[in-house]
Design a protein around this ligand. Sequence first.
Ligand code: 4AZ
Length: 352
Amino acid sequence: MLVSSSFGSRPILLAMLFLLVSCGQRRASTSETLIIGGQPTQAPAYFAALHQIGDQEPFCGGSLIAPHVVITAAHCVSPFRGDLAVWMGMTSVDSKPTPIQAQAIIRHPRYHNRKFQHDLALVFLESSLTTKTITLAGSDATQDRLRIYGYGNTSRDGFVYPTNIQTAEVQEIGTGQCKTLGGSYGTIIEEQICAGDMQKGATDSCDGDSGGPLVVGAQTQELYGLVSWGTGCGQAGRPGVYTRLAPYHDWIQETVDHMMQGDTPLDEFLAALFYGPLRYQDASGAERQFTASYQLWRKAASSVATAALATWEKTWQNGTVRLELHSRGPQRYEWRAFVRGEWYTAATHFSQ
Ligand code: 4AZ
């Protein structure tokens, strides 16, 4: 997430960024300087390149922390892009492994999309992998030598995306010092890490590196943080901001355990499975879109007698989860869900 130094111009900057990214991508040629001060490398086995099925380019990074779980930034999956998949351990976009689809996604419940705080999410994969996972770092001491990996922008003042994954070393700047840098840095909390090269801005993460790993250790790497945001890229005195993982170890462990044991709270479970927008054509042919946010679950005796306007189905650990949209008069909808062997009624939000 790129943040401009002046708060007021942020939406304009983001809109411009979007336009530039969507129309102006070009690949780095070998003669150009790569990442912000990085170099091409072999992708670590745990590195996940997030992409939308059918796309040829990744838009974010992630890390495999369990055979079926990738951790990434919440802003990478917010708003949800439907049909998310990962390429594991991919070193070059010219040589892609088989994509693995995301089956469910859980964002941190306190993720704040304006302050970019609690910027983490768990992506549960359709098939579990035998690839090596990365363990979460135990240490919480300020780190001099940290390493980043990603397919993000390699240019300080334009948009140049590399064919080969890039890596660079960055240095941690204490949270207290980072807060004094002003602008958006004033919102930094202990659950975030500032890292970069304060003097020269020689190395940094940038747009497209988001969600990717910030690791500690040379021989055995451990996951210390996730690329989150920054004010520009590779500017002196403007470090990159990362989600610190140590404060979230319990949340990560519990969330993974609950999903695997099948006792995730119902509304959270449904939102995790139906993470993409639910599209439906109404009687007039207009497309409506429902978001994956469910509330007020009540047990229902059965499904309603009327035929559903639309149904969506997902499987999770051999069980089928079914969502039905029913009509209750003009512009009035009722949701029914079959989950863990019972029918429920629900309220959901819909847009457009
Ligand atoms: C981004 O937009 C982004 N310089 C990530 C990291 C940094 C800036 C922007 C840090 O994904």
